[in-house]
Ligand binder design. Sequence first.
Ligand SMILES: NC(=O)N[C@@H](CC(=O)O)C(=O)O
Ligand SMILES: [Zn+2]
Ligand SMILES: [Zn+2]
Length: 345
Amino acid sequence: MTETLTIRRPDDWHVHLRDGEVLKGVLPYTARQFARAIVMPNLSPPMTDVAGVSAYRDRILAAVPEGVDFTPLMTLYLTDATDPDEVERGFTAGVFVAAKLYPAHATTGSAHGVTAIANIMAVLERMEKIGMPLLIHGEVTDSHVDIFDREAVFIERTLIPLVKALPGLKVVFEHITTEEAAQFVAEASDRIGATITPQHLHINRNAMLVGGIRPHAYCLPVAKREKHRLALRKAATSGSAKFFLGTDTAPHAKHLKEAACGCAGIFNAPYALESYVAVFDEEGALDKFEGFASLNGPAFYGMPVNEGTVTLERMGTSVPETVDANGTMIVPFHAGESLGWRFAS
Ligand SMILES: NC(=O)N[C@@H](CC(=O)O)C(=O)O
Ligand SMILES: [Zn+2]
Ligand SMILES: [Zn+2]
């Protein structure tokens, strides 16, 4: 049995760091395990221009603990009014590396999102031209579509026409949750990649709904049936370079999740690598973990892999019931459970 696993330093290709005091509380967890992270722009108000993203990046850098080497990779929030010139300006200047498409009202912080792809066609054409990746929260928001079907319907209605119309556009299908999404990405061209979260590899919808309602297992896209979880585990551990690590760590205060209308999002940053490696171990695919965590993402984004390594040890890790993020109490993923691996250094 493998007792320790040493891999090149990994990156997290999908994180929510929030802002202000919470940013200072949650950032150290991500920076401790990952060299770089793609930072989502769904703040309130959203990060819709070069100046705003640049100032946010400075606040993140100021919150990186002394002696820790961490690089935030910033993203721009697309709206119906996004100007293609602003997008190109920020990308060329290196302020942001990608733009994020939130269908309006699909998820947390998406109220200013895009109401129809047609409204951002000029932006997408520009991104295709300059080689800038588009990151997508892939769910339709049509009230007639059942919430468990929203990702699969998005593929048919939006994603397939989009990649056909813009054959050179790089697209990351973020936090995929279905067999349909895994299959779509596996069969698509190499310009299409996907991130997979730890929670969608560990839980199905029963975790949210059996024996009482469990708000800390609720995120968007919502966890689906068991067959989808199994398809995601297969995709993540397949060795395909199209799938890479993106935790979607999404901190919300405990009291805002344990509420009549609880927020969507799971805070998985504190034990992210321990959570993922457990899955690869269970699937007999520890040899595929470095590709997923440390190589496939940089290759997709056209960035060098990180120098240095991290080591995981086969040793129990107890996950606390809550984490104090600079004064805000947050319930982490796997709260109260024990994981079979430990992040050593
Ligand atoms: N995943 C979530 O459930 N929530 C995210 C938004 C998102 O990634 O869709 C958040 O910002 O809280
Ligand atoms: Zn999302
Ligand atoms: Zn997210």
